[in-house]
Every structure is written in structure tokens, then in C-alpha cells.
Design a binder for this molecule. Sequence first.
Ligand SMILES: Cc1ncc(C[n+]2csc(CCOP(=O)(O)OP(=O)(O)O)c2C)c(N)n1
Ligand code: SF4
Ligand SMILES: [Mg+2]
Length: 290
Amino acid sequence: MSKKNPEYDFEWCPGCGDFGVRRALESAIQKYTIELEKPIHETVVVAGIGCSGNMVHVLEGDQPYGFHGIHGRTLPIAMGVKMANQDLNVIVVAGDGDFLSIGMEHIFPQASRNLNISVIVMDNAVYGLTKGQGSPTSQIGHVTSSTPYGNTVDGLNPLKLYLTLGVSYIASGISSKVKNLSELMYSAMLHPGFSIVHVQSPCTTYHNTYEQLKGNVKKGIAPLAWQVEEDYDSSDIKSAQASLEKGGIPLGTLYQDSNRPTFGERIETLRDKSKSKSTKDLLDSHAIIL
Ligand SMILES: Cc1ncc(C[n+]2csc(CCOP(=O)(O)OP(=O)(O)O)c2C)c(N)n1
Ligand code: SF4
Ligand SMILES: [Mg+2]
């Protein structure tokens, strides 16, 4: 899909955080195409199923290619796209349910391969599309349609998970800070390896967390989200660990290791090492000698 489907008429609810994520993504893609002189059709957006996954249909302006896949399987699809053409700028868009619940098992394989793609996770701590059930990032006690008496399990800290799994670029953003978010997304696209931009993107219908995240001075609510310092060293894993231990939600580029080979480079190295076989050699190697 490189043109909008006129029959797809999905709309986000008023105030949904995904609107801000969309603006940030449109501007990051635009910057990528201009600065790197890469035509828009060299960018591919792979989406999961969820309110967040509908991003692929609602982008404004020049249309990248879009692949609306299946719930939880954005990473295998993105790997297929990237391995078919290493030059593509492959961007995954997924929800917290899609990426961290059913899709969780796919994160470590791509982190360890260092597949050169960028993932944008829209975290609202609920399954928005299916009417507000709890997700892996729902905190303990959270009342949702699937946990009417409160969530009994501890919520996952996705940023700690990514760091533990060896993701080579980890950024954290919030949907209301569109300019900052766009810069994080653009850096993720430039990063040579597996990048995740984890975005707090509140669901105004089932779990409106804007006030908790941004705070409210009049009500004496301290903001949960806080910006890492200007001189923060994202190449130092200890700084990343320390910022995650401080509590709340740190915002910014938390960790970046640009020195690991990408999966594409690893494959190239193997290709150089392996001897190519002729068709006759291949057939002979399978022949049964009677
Ligand atoms: C294999 C499969 N399992 C379950 C579903 C039903 N389903 C669709 S979207 C969704 C959850 C969406 O939550 P999330 O990924 O957090 O996205 P959001 O809607 O919150 O943006 C589920 C469980 C599905 N479509 N396919
Ligand atoms: S249900 Fe929530 S996540 Fe889905 S569009 Fe509405 S506000 Fe956004
Ligand atoms: Mg969600």
C-alpha cells in the first residue's frame, strides 16, 4: 500500500495520544526523506492490530509503503521486509498489548540480531481497540474491563526490559511533546541497529493518564514523566540503569550502542565466508549413490 485506502474509515477518539505520535512520525519521516535524499517509497511502515496499528492508514501527506499485519507479529513481518531489501527504512508501529504481550517473544531475537529497523510502541497501558482490557503495562490495582476488582499482577517496566534484552537504541517519549518525540524517532531511523522509541500515548476513553504523566500543580500532582539531563551520556549503560532506577518515566534517548554490527552486516560477512556452489555441485551433494 503506497496510497491511502479510501474505504478505511477508522478514527481515533478525541484527545487520543496517537494523534501526537502521528504528527511526530510524519515529521520524522519527512525529515528522513529530505536529509538523506531517500524517496518516500523507500520507507515502509509495518503495523500491528490495535488503535495504534491504524496509524498506517491515517498518515497525512506523501504515503510511505504500509503493511497492516497481524496482532503481535510486527517484528517477523518487518524482518521479512528488511531482509528482502536492506536499503529500506523499516518502521514498526504497535501498541503495548501487541508488542509486549502476544508479541513479546519476538523482541529478544531481533535485539540479539540487531536488525536495523525502528519500532514505535504506543503505550496506553490498555487494549484500546478491544475496549479497555488490561495489558502488560497496566499497573497493579488498575481497574479495567478485564480486571474489574483491580489488576493483581505487577506492571511491566518496558524500558528495563529493552535494556536487559540488549536493544541497541532505547528512547522514551510522550505523545504531547511532539517535537521531542519526532527527534527521537528521527534518531532511531538513523541508528544502525534495532531501535525502540517507547511512547506514553494515553487512551482518553479507557485510561486517561495525561494528568499523572504531566502532573498538575493546582492539584499537587507531581509529574510521573521527567526529562533526562542535557549532559546525560546515553552511551553509558550504567547511566541508563541508574535513570531507570530513579522511578517515574525518564524521557529522552536513554541508551545507544552504535558499535554493534547490524543483522544485515552479519549476513554479508557470512556470505563473504561461504563458498558459492554451482547447480551441479548442489545436485550432486543430494544425489543418492547406488
Ligand atoms: C491473534 C489475535 N489475538 C487477539 C486479537 C484481538 N485484539 C485486537 S487489538 C487487541 C489489543 C490491542 O491493544 P494494544 O496492542 O495495546 O493496542 P491499542 O488498541 O491499545 O493501541 C487485541 C487483543 C487479534 N486481533 N488477533
Ligand atoms: S480507544 Fe483509546 S487508544 Fe483507541 S482511539 Fe480511543 S482513545 Fe485512542
Ligand atoms: Mg494499548
